[in-house]
Design a protein around this ligand. Structure first.
Ligand SMILES: *Cc1c(COP(=O)(O)O)cnc(C)c1O
Length: 234
């Protein structure tokens, strides 16, 4: 019995490390892996940490803040979920990247809160590329208008590092591929219009457990993988 229990734990302990190794074996070196740990307990994040993972993605401020307080300080936390303006202040002291900037007026508030802590926060502009209207995101026009504005030119404490998007949840590979192509093209348009002299504008965050291979084929530089590392969420 004891042996069985130990065996069970031993199996469990290697699972996350193995999952990470497996995902990493399928992504090229230049693609960054964000381990999406939302809803998962600290023990599982610690396992991933011990397997060498240092970038974690969370989608709720209420969950991100306590995890960041408890877990090692060399973790880079990425906020990947819809963010309310009034909650930015709670993550501004430590968050490494806010991937889910889905309305342009979040930018001024992120800038303001980052300035209070004398830091600069990396952000990605989230675009609406999916068919589902439940998903959040900007349109290219909204982004272009804002990036050309004097208001944007005044922001000193954010750095726009690229774009993020989520494809439709579907088995239709062609549709998913087309949506990723759209995001890549939005990236290219913004790069040439506003960031051609900025090497820091370089990320195309697309691809999750079900579609990261397609995303990489379509030019992803950053994949956000949850269930393939930590198991499915209940
Ligand atoms: C949950 C989530 C992911 C990861 O999803 P999996 O299918 O579990 O890999 C990626 N990106 C965002 C924005 C998410 O909310």
């Amino acid at each position: 019995m004891v042996v069985l229990i130990l065996f069970y734990f031993a199996l469990n302990m290697t699972t996350i490390a193995e999952n990470i190794r497996h995902v990493k074996s399928e992504i090229p070196n230049h693609v960054t892996l964000v381990a999406v740990s939302k809803t998962k307990p600290n023990e599982l994040l610690t396992e991933a940490y011990h397997a060498g993972q240092r970038i974690f993605g969370e989608n709720r401020v209420q969950e991100l803040v306590p995890k960041s307080e408890t877990l090692p300080k060399d973790i880079a936390w990425h906020m990947i979920g819809h963010l309310q303006r009034n909650k930015i202040k709670y993550i501004a002291p430590f968050v490494s990247c806010i991937q889910s900037v889905d309305t342009v007026d979040l930018l001024a508030e992120i800038n303001k809160q980052a300035a209070k802590h004398s830091r600069s926060i990396l952000v990605l502009l989230q675009f609406h590329i999916a068919q589902e209207d439940t998903k959040f995101g900007l349109t290219l026009e909204e982004a272009e208008t804002y990036l050309a504005s004097t208001e944007f030119a005044k922001l000193r404490n954010i750095e726009i590092a690229g774009v993020m998007g989520m494809a439709t949840f579907t088995d239709d590979e062609l549709q998913v591929r087309t949506e990723f192509k759209t995001l890549k093209s939005i990236f290219g348009t913004l790069k040439s219009q506003f960031f051609s002299t900025k090497p820091s504008f370089k990320e195309i965050s697309m691809g999750m457990s079900g579609d990261y291979k397609i995303a990489i084929e379509e030019g992803s530089t950053m994949v956000r993988v949850g269930s393939s590392i930590f198991g499915s969420r209940s």
